[in-house]
Design a binder for this molecule. Structure first.
Ligand SMILES: Nc1ncnc2c1ncn2[C@@H]1O[C@H](COP(=O)(O)OP(=O)(O)OP(=O)(O)O)[C@@H](O)[C@H]1O
Ligand SMILES: [Mg+2]
Length: 271
């Protein structure tokens, strides 16, 4: 993909790239309050369900949580390959925890739970962040509440953060999953961007690449918002396409017609 638009606009790097450092994430008050809510839950050693539509910023919220939680006292383990059966799921968890996984399902489960107990003795609270959890196999979902059971279910030694699409909430509402659902103390939903959020997000991301002046007209921002349907990732993609198109036309300001051209081209491709 061409990056000549960067020089055209004088950006120091791609403004809408996924490679944004944790401490530079855009966190409006709506996001800060849900991050605080999850951090509070984890400090209370509770488990959490975090849902949202594709690309609304769930994984970025996890990164902000990692940034915000005190380093001492928590051990965060991130897993995103949710498409495994139960034994391989626990083997993956072993790898992520730095343990050597054993062969049988029982031994792998035992290794993980022993590790959790050991961390408890060291006063370190483990948090397993299970991203893409809407893809978890049913046999993993059937078993997760057992992983939360320590000392005859009398100790909260582990927190789970299940992260996924809204379908995950619907799955957890099924009778079969009620043992797990009842152990998730908080349900947090990340909403779509509002039109004001979209405008502020665009401004902030441009600032990060050294651009303080207006690049998108307000009409263009409104069209980007509509095209992205309030999702960060779609907004990033469309904004980048619009910047490229404007650079190709040698324009320093991205106007409505440019955005309309890129959204129409995408729609035509999808059809
Ligand atoms: N708070 C934020 N600050 C800056 N950029 C963000 C933020 N949230 C999301 N983004 C941008 O949007 C992109 C998509 O966000 P993210 O990967 O967190 O979405 P998601 O909800 O996890 O998506 P999926 O459902 O596909 O896993 C990121 O790569 C990043 O560029
Ligand atoms: Mg994600």
């Amino acid at each position: 993909m061409s990056t000549s638009y960067l020089a055209h606009f004088g950006f120091s790097s791609a403004p809408f790239s996924k490679e944004i450092p944790d401490d530079k994430l855009w966190l409006p008050s709506s996001k800060v309050s849900l991050i605080d809510e999850v951090c509070e839950a984890l400090k209370d050693r509770e488990s959490v369900l975090l849902t949202g539509e594709p690309g609304v910023g769930k994984t970025c919220v996890l990164r902000a949580i990692r940034q915000r939680l005190p380093q001492a006292g928590f051990k965060l383990t991130y897993c995103h390959n949710a498409t495994l059966g139960r034994r391989d799921f626990y083997r993956q968890l072993c790898f992520a925890l730095g343990l050597s996984p054993s062969a049988t399902a029982a031994a792998v489960f035992w290794a993980v739970s022993q590790h959790v107990e050991e961390l408890g003795r060291e006063r370190c609270h483990p948090v397993f962040l299970l991203d893409e959890a809407h893809l978890l196999h049913q046999d993993v979902l059937d078993h997760l509440h057992i992983l939360l059971n320590y000392q005859w279910d009398s100790k909260a030694l582990l927190s789970l953060v299940l992260v996924g699409l809204p379908d995950l909430g619907a799955r957890l509402a099924m009778r079969r999953n009620r043992s797990l659902a009842s152990r998730l103390a908080r349900y947090v939903a990340i909403g779509k961007l509002t039109p004001d959020d979209t405008a502020e997000y665009i401004r902030k991301r441009l600032e990060l690449v050294g651009c303080e002046k207006e690049v998108f007209t307000s009409d263009a921002v409104a069209m980007l918002h509509e095209g992205a349907d309030g999702a960060h990732r779609d907004l990033d993609r469309l904004a980048t396409l619009a910047l490229r198109e404007a650079a190709r036309r040698k324009k320093k300001l991205v106007e409505r017609d440019v955005v309309s051209r890129v959204t129409a081209a995408e729609e035509a491709e999808a059809a």
